[in-house]
Write a protein that binds this ligand. Structure first.
Ligand SMILES: Nc1ncnc2c1ncn2[C@@H]1O[C@H](COP(=O)(O)OP(=O)(O)O)[C@@H](O)[C@H]1O
Ligand SMILES: [Mg+2]
Length: 337
């Protein structure tokens, strides 16, 4: 970690002693990433103006400043190497050009922590690859099972969907999700399909996922390095067999993850409201962090209704909205520094 206090503010050059620098880097990435009071950590951020507004609220900036962390806006119209020096680059921008700029920068300045590497983010921006790692994790002895709803990717020809669904053995109703998540509102426009024929009205590329009844509650698990926070949100209600028989068509549903009210204080059936077991969440997030190569992300999990311990991961998001509230919690915990 580069120290500024007292020392001359040098440019972003390669450190003379690489081992020393790597150790310090490790200290940053393995812990919560918070510097000691006497040090200063410069976080360059490249975010859309909307994201900057929601993330970098005065409360967070003040708390961070007291801990020796300063946030500096990256000017996207200037070369990245001319800016800084940075200890950390925090970003959420999409596009090939930005990915390339960051990859080049990482190569040139390996001592700077880029949260997170562009290739790892790309992996979770495709709903096909996003959940692949979940299925490979062995969670035995963790008080529960975690899977992924059965799903099918359709890249073209909507007319082929009904047959493809039969062939894959997917059971209705199905949730249709745009294949690529690129930060646009469109990539979060989901639909619920009740009958096979209507599936041909959908607009590929998309992922079709079996709808899993889960008592109308989704668990949002926020992960920042080794720290985890889980909250409940209201979700789509269960769909019973009668409803399925009496309904046909494809129904758009609004962006549940944004609109959903907190269900943390709601008067819910305890078997639905009970949070996933801590050991399960810890192992799952540790494994996912390693396999995905990400430090800042969130997973959406549901519990199959009627079971105590059968969970599904339905979504993974890089650097999600609301994440700053969690960061404020972390910055407020003195013993973690
Ligand atoms: N397979 C599924 N079974 C039941 N509900 C689902 C399923 N997939 C998504 N949902 C519901 O739709 C919401 C949004 O889905 P999600 O995959 O998180 O997309 P996004 O957050 O990108 O809009 C979830 O929070 C949940 O309420
Ligand atoms: Mg989601």
């Amino acid at each position: 970690m580069r120290l500024i206090g007292g020392e001359e503010h040098k440019s972003n050059e390669q450190p003379e002693n690489e081992n020393e620098s790597n150790n310090e880097q490790e200290e940053f990435t393995l812990g919560l990433g918070l510097p000691h009071q006497s040090t200063r950590l410069v976080v360059g951020y490249a975010l859309t103006s909307k994201k900057t507004k929601s993330f970098l609220q005065p409360k967070l900036e003040n708390l961070a400043r007291n801990k020796g962390i300063v946030f500096v806006a990256i000017d996207q119209s200037r070369p990245l190497s001319d800016q800084g020096p940075f200890d950390v680059i925090l970003h959420k921008l999409f596009g090939k050009q930005w990915r390339q700029i960051l990859e080049d920068y990482r190569e040139k300045y390996p001592e700077v922590t880029v949260l997170d590497p562009p290739s790892a983010i790309k992996h979770v921006s495709n709903r096909q690859s996003m959940l692949q790692d979940v299925t490979n994790i062995n969670l035995c002895d963790c008080h529960g099972k975690v899977g992924v709803p059965k799903q099918l990717v359709i890249t073209e020809d909507p007319l082929s969907i009904p047959d493809a669904v039969t062939e894959a053995g997917l059971v209705l109703p199905l949730v249709s999700k745009p294949l690529i998540v690129d930060g646009s509102a469109k990539s979060h426009l989901l639909s619920l399909a009740y009958d096979q024929l209507s599936l041909s009205k959908l607009d590929p590329p998309l992922v079709l996922q079996e709808f899993v009844n889960h008592g109308g509650v989704v668990f949002k698990v926020y992960i920042v390095g080794e720290a985890i926070k889980v909250v409940r949100r209201f979700s789509l209600p269960d769909i019973n067999k009668l409803e399925l028989l009496n309904n046909a068509g494809v129904f758009r549903f609004p962006r549940v993850s944004c609109a959903a009210a907190s269900a943390d204080d709601a008067d819910l059936d305890p078997s639905v409201a009970e949070l996933p077991p801590r050991p399960l969440l810890e192992k799952l997030s540790r494994e996912l962090r390693q396999r995905l190569g990400l430090q800042l992300f969130n997973i959406d999990m549901i519990r199959e209704h009627g079971t105590r311990d059968h969970f599904y991961v339905i979504d993974i998001n890089y650097f999600p909205g609301k994440w700053n509230f969690f960061l404020i919690d972390i910055l407020n915990i003195p013993q973690q520094l």
